[in-house]
Design a protein around this ligand. Sequence first.
Ligand code: FNR
Length: 193
Amino acid sequence: MVRDVVVIVGSLRKESFTRKLAKAVVAMAPASLKFRFVEIGNLPFFNQDNENNDTEVVARFKADIKKADAVLFATPEYHRSEPGVLKNALEIASRPWGKSVWGGKPAAVISVSPGAIAGFGANHHLRQSLVAIDMPTMAQPEAYIGNVSQLLDAEGKLVNPDTVKFFETFLKKFELWIEANSAASEGLTKAAA
Ligand code: FNR
């Protein structure tokens, strides 16, 4: 079965390593995983006063997430956490209460950094929020991608064979994760009917 997977990148920077890495990873994906990037840089700041009055941009963002089978988060680390723009996107599409578009969608997280700690803090802060918005998030393999500037060439291709191998496994496991969790939520829907 072909699955529609949204990619959300937590950096707005033009030359973002995180985006380059995410592009390199999705370029390796099997035909059964169709990735599409959904942008978060044009979203307004979440304000609970407006949560019932979506602007066109917000409505489109929610619709883009709603129709997806799964979500891949690729995040840099800002001060040992995920960037505010990414947290803002989570908040926007989680409200109003009871109308979140995230719930039940299988997810995976890749953290990226030019540094050696590889965005561990961002990866786990993000995972904490994904629990709250009910996204079953793949536990293994964990993707902490450090020293990223040494992993990509000028065209954005992955230059390290070990990294390529790692992401081949990551994608295979993510596909299994999506299938297992989609089956589980389809079963729950049937059971509730
Ligand atoms: C950073 N950076 C950073 N790196 C890291 O590994 N851990 C951290 O806690 C932080 N903190 C941090 C805060 C702020 C405000 C900025 C702007 C940057 C460095 C960061 O990893 C680097 O700028 C990356 O290049 C950002 O990712 P993109 O934009 O290249 O995807």
